[in-house]
Design a protein around this ligand. Structure first.
Ligand code: IPE
Ligand code: IPE
Ligand code: MG
Length: 245
């Protein structure tokens, strides 16, 4: 089925977050090295980024590397960082053509210097693009993010910049990496795993979760459109009853 034509463009999710999983298993299935799966995965990234911008999605956040992924074999981590740098160099054109603004969340200081430099440059070049914000989660962990927020708020309380009685949900929101992004409406995870793996725990409070068996390197535009179509078929009640909506 061609899902694109079935999508209601007036009811698009404002923010889609994707846990891009299954590169390793994709490679293993065809007796390739894991890195080949990651390479193929970057091609999927381009396709999905373009398709999202083209459809009119305003915010797309991709989980590219978690705080836990630092525990992978050194060589794989090195390869992933190299792929990040080479992809950024290649994709700057895609970003400009599609008016995509690049942004990041996570402990960017932990990335290799050349990756930090490349990211900064691409972010600077794309900062005025208005069609879609693409946020890459790099060295990202939601618990780490929340811990940092608590630390920063505590400092402000200590320095009398915030009254502890005034702390509310928006205070927390404003101290997360995602302060400029709306809440996630749709979270997709590929590869059949049904877990969140420390991704955007606060921000998915009311997101619709969508799990698919498709491995990330095989995830197509039509798979994305299917997820959006199915999201639109769901009833988001936000605590209310069906009748109240
Ligand atoms: C996702 O694919 C990419 C990253 C986490 C960087 P994986 O590398 O986790 O692939 P599987 O889960 O081993 O198949
Ligand atoms: C989550 O995938 C992180 C990214 C997609 C970057 P993992 O493959 O690392 O997750 P777990 O460890 O299997 O939960
Ligand atoms: Mg995985």
């Amino acid at each position: 089925m061609d899902y694109k034509s079935q999508i209601n463009l007036d009811k698009l999710p404002e923010h889609i977050a994707i846990i891009m999983d299954g590169n390793g298993r994709w490679a293993k299935k065809q007796s390739l090295m894991r890195v080949k799966g990651h390479e193929k995965g970057t091609k999927t990234v381009r396709e999905i980024v373009e398709a999202s911008a083209d459809l009119g999605i305003k915010n797309l956040t991709l989980y590219a590397f978690s705080t836990e992924n630092w525990n992978r074999p050194k060589l794989e981590v090195q390869m992933l960082m190299r792929l990040l740098v080479s992809s950024l160099k290649k994709e700057i054109e895609t970003f400009q053509e599609n008016e995509i603004k690049l942004s990041t969340i996570g402990c960017i200081e932990n990335l290799p210097k050349n990756a930090q430099k490349e990211l900064k440059e691409v972010m600077r070049k794309t900062e005025n693009n208005k069609r879609m914000t693409l946020t890459l989660a790099l060295s990202y962990g939601s618990r780490e993010e929340i811990t940092q927020a608590v630390k920063n708020i505590s400092k402000k309380v200590k320095n009398d910049l915030i009254d502890s009685d005034d702390i509310d949900e928006s205070t927390i929101n404003n101290h997360l990496y995602t302060q400029d992004l709306p809440d996630v409406d749709l979270m997709i995870r590929t590869s059949g795993e049904q877990r969140i793996s420390n991704f955007l725990l606060w921000q998915i409070a009311y997101a619709e979760l969508y799990f698919t068996e498709v491995l990330w390197p095989d995830f197509s535009k039509n798979d994305l459109f299917e997820a959006i179509y199915k999201y639109q078929k769901r009833e988001r009640r936000f605590g209310k009853t069906s009748e109240q909506l």
